[in-house]
Write a protein that binds this ligand. Structure first.
Ligand SMILES: Cc1ncc(C[n+]2csc(CCOP(=O)(O)OP(=O)(O)O)c2C)c(N)n1
Ligand SMILES: [Mg+2]
Length: 383
């Protein structure tokens, strides 16, 4: 570290202070520590990583459009974070368990979650999307950072059972300020839990920039918890894949957790309910567009003699098919009965919930089956 790593306010802001194997223009940098971990990734495998990223980008675009068309209540776009999610997701073994937040749609893709199951929560049709044990992936966690505790507990349990499977927790830059995340890091370090803490530093926690979240690179916090911290270019799918494989191997060998900071960028809004133009500049967006995770893989493939136009055509057709399946899935999602929203709040009967159910029953009675107000007297009862 040199003084030039710091800006005028003393913050550590040099953005390229990370492991990068493929530059934004597609040049491959040799790295003695990381290269052996991706020695199996030939041009075919690299093409498949590109395919994954292109398909999830298309799924994400389609879901955003579905929200705009009123078919989903909300959608948190992943655009820009494809390499961070696919690179880490493809490093996992089937018996490793994923604990994600709400933006990790690419991990759901990697784990074979059906499109209808992916959408149902965002449509408000179910309380959770899929059976975690069928996919080795917990359903999205909305409470910021809580999943890091779940991952740590799961990992400790797996180790006690004698398994060498690992858990991986996905969380954001903003989540690192949460108590839950810090508690999880302490527990995991103390018990050598086989867990990977995968922080997608996408530069923003809604409208709060990461520079306000932390005075130094997030990966450096790992030191204080007693675990390795690795800072990788999160838009470089090969660097992410290698870093995650290294961390998983360490976990399997019983050496404990690793903290990975994947430096990336959220290209879209925080969710479809957010307008990022209110807090960030077009210049910033343009800068990150230059570091697109898909473009650099195409550039590398092209430089290696691959028919990139052909690949793009083939993958484009697959992506269109995935998007069409996603849209078609809407027709298979049934609207739940309104009153079922109260069914699983508590395992035991609860008088508060019963009272709310009664109120809501009377409220619904105000409308006929077309949704029009049915009677004036029912209105009074709903108040
Ligand atoms: C405990 C808690 N506090 C606040 C919120 C509201 N909230 C939702 S997303 C978000 C920002 C999270 O930012 P970050 O961790 O960087 O993840 P990103 O959305 O950028 O992926 C906040 C504060 C919440 N869901 N849970
Ligand atoms: Mg963030």
């Amino acid at each position: 570290m040199t003084p030039s790593d710091r800006d005028a306010t003393g913050l550590l802001t040099r953005p390229d202070d990370f492991v990068q194997l493929v530059t934004p223009t597609g040049e491959r940098h040799a790295n003695a520590e990381f290269d052996p971990w991706i020695a199996d990734i030939d041009l075919g495998a690299l093409g498949r990583l590109y395919r994954d990223m292109a398909i999830v980008r298309r799924i994400d675009t389609e879901a955003t459009a579905l929200q705009r068309q009123g078919e989903l209540g909300l959608w948190p776009p992943l655009a820009g974070q494809e390499a961070a999610q696919i690179g880490s997701g493809r490093a996992l073994r089937d018996d490793d368990f994923i604990f994600s937040s709400y933006r990790e749609h690419a991990l759901a893709w990697v784990r074979g979650v059906a499109p209808a199951d992916l959408l149902s929560v965002w449509r408000g049709s179910t309380a959770s999307g899929w059976n975690p044990f069928e996919h080795g992936m917990a359903v999205p966690q909305i409470i910021i950072g809580a999943q890091t505790l779940h991952a740590t507990g799961y990992a400790m349990g797996a180790a006690w059972e004698g398994s060498d499977a690992a858990a991986i927790a996905y969380f954001g830059d903003g989540a690192t300020s949460e108590g839950d995340v810090n508690e999880a890091l302490v527990f995991a370090a103390s018990f050598d839990a086989p867990v990977v803490f995968f922080c997608q530093n996408n530069q923003w926690a809604i409208s709060e920039p990461v520079g306000l979240q932390s005075k130094q690179h997030l990966a450096r916090r790992a030191d204080g918890f007693g675990m390795p911290g690795v800072r990788v270019d999160g838009n470089d799918v090969l660097a992410v894949l290698a870093a995650t494989r290294i961390a998983l191997d360490r976990a399997r060998r019983g050496e404990g957790p690793t903290f990975i900071e994947a430096v990336t960028y959220r290209m879209g809004p925080h969710t479809t309910a957010d307008d990022p133009k209110r807090y960030r500049t077009d210049e910033e967006l343009a800068e990150w567009r230059e570091r697109d995770p898909l473009a650099r893989v195409l550039a590398l493939l092209e430089a290696s003699g691959v028919d990139v136009a052909g690949l793009e055509r083939e993958v484009g057709a697959d992506a269109d098919r995935a998007a069409a399946e996603l849209r078609a899935a809407l027709t298979t999602i049934a609207d739940p009965e309104a009153l079922t929203v109260f069914d699983h709040v508590y395992a035991e009967p609860n008088s508060h919930v019963e009272r709310q159910r009664d109120h809501y029953t009377r409220y619904l009675a105000m409308f006929d089956e077309t949704g029009a107000a049915a009677s004036e007297t029912a209105e009074g009862g709903a108040r």
